[in-house]
Design a binder for this molecule. Structure first.
Ligand code: G3H
Ligand code: 13P
Ligand code: ZN
Length: 326
């Protein structure tokens, strides 16, 4: 049993309370490898933003859960080392889309400070029962829990949903009360991946449903998944350098900025980071076909990811400068 506090991590409770009060959202960035982790820590340290580091089931399978946990522990030490005044940004280690109780328990026992139990694909009653079980175990270890109501379209790990099922505002109060969750992920039109909307449409998220949910559970921390904006300049670089990403469309950053000012206090971004890294790598491969040192293409990919996430923190989430809010 490893306690996350011994690793220098924090849970989400205080961070979310401050984010709701301050009208910004905390970035939740996924990582699977060292370059992503370095870029995330550098970006959040340079912008002085609090940070939620996310590990998905896919990441655990790809990189090995033991290695990922030690990497997160190393990330805390690295954050101390590069902190301008020796004061590191607060870091949460979070399980993204926990599929079952056993995975959540294993992460809690292994030093995670926050877990998501994604029961959104089950019936309402099954979702309540499963989420409650995870909350009971997590809270006994002072670990915070994110639940989900409503189904996002797109692919999440092994689960694929054709259509959105928007969160029903009339269910949220009961769900929060019965389960004891610390935050709630909702479905209001965001979706996972780089192909979120049909071309030629004017994609909008349902800020009206968000407002209705806020009315039912005022000030309760809300989470938005599937919040990549799919920057078209990155898609263009990929396609100009041998890529084939047709009709990749994301959520407008203006809409996310609007949502972040409300009780939305955690915004999940992964696909945009993948695009930034892929664009940089493709460019190196195209311009320098003789290059074969991984540092020569992973280095630019890391820098491009860092620049993207610094801009997200400043212009989209509004989290820059809020690492040490009182
Ligand atoms: O929600 C999904 C995240 O982007 C993680 O993706 O399951 O491919 O690691 P992954
Ligand atoms: P994107 O695919 O839009 O980046 O969403 C990531 C996410 O929701 C991780 O949980
Ligand atoms: Zn997600």
């Amino acid at each position: 049993m490893v306690n996350y506090k011994d690793l220098g991590l924090v849970n989400t409770r205080d961070l979310f309370a401050k984010a709701v009060k301050g009208g910004y959202a905390i970035p939740a960035y996924n990582f699977n490898n060292m370059e992503q982790l370095q870029a995330i820590i550098q970006a959040c340290t340079e912008t002085q933003s609090p940070l939620i580091l996310q590990v998905s089931k896919g990441a655990r399978e790809y990189a090995n859960q033991t290695l990922l946990r030690y990497m997160a522990q190393g990330a805390v030490e690295y954050a101390k080392e590069i902190a301008p005044d020796g004061n590191p940004i607060p870091i949460v280690l979070h399980l993204d889309h926990g599929p079952d109780f056993e995975t959540c328990k294993s992460c809690i026992d292994y030093g995670f400070s926050s877990v998501m139990i994604d029961g959104s694909h089950f019936s309402y009653d099954e979702n309540v029962a499963l989420t409650k079980k995870v909350v009971e175990y997590a809270h006994a270890h002072d670990v915070t829990v994110e639940g989900e109501l409503g189904v996002l379209a797109g692919k999440e790990d092994d689960v694929e949903a054709e259509n959105h099922t928007y969160t029903r505002p009339e269910e949220v109060e009961d769900f929060v009360k019965k389960t004891g969750v610390d935050s709630l992920a909702i479905a209001i039109g965001t979706s996972h991946g780089a192909f979120k909307f049909k071309p030629g449409t004017d994609p909008k998220i349902r800020l009206d449903i968000l407002a209705e949910i806020e009315k039912r559970i005022p000030g309760f921390p809300i989470v938005l998944h599937g919040s990549s904006s799919v920057p078209q300049d990155l898609v263009k670089i990929i396609n100009e350098n041998g890529g084939k990403l047709k009709d990749a469309i994301g959520i407008g950053e203006d809409q996310l900025r609007e949502a972040a000012k409300s009780a939305v206090c955690k915004i999940n971004i992964d696909s945009d980071g993948r695009l930034a890294m892929t664009a940089a790598i493709r460019k190196v491969f195209m311009e320098k076909p003789a290059e074969f040192d991984p540092r020569k293409y992973l280095g630019p990919a890391r820098e491009s990811l860092k620049q993207l996430y610094m801009r997200k923190n400043r212009e989209v989430l509004g989290s820059a400068g809020h690492a040490f809010d009182k």
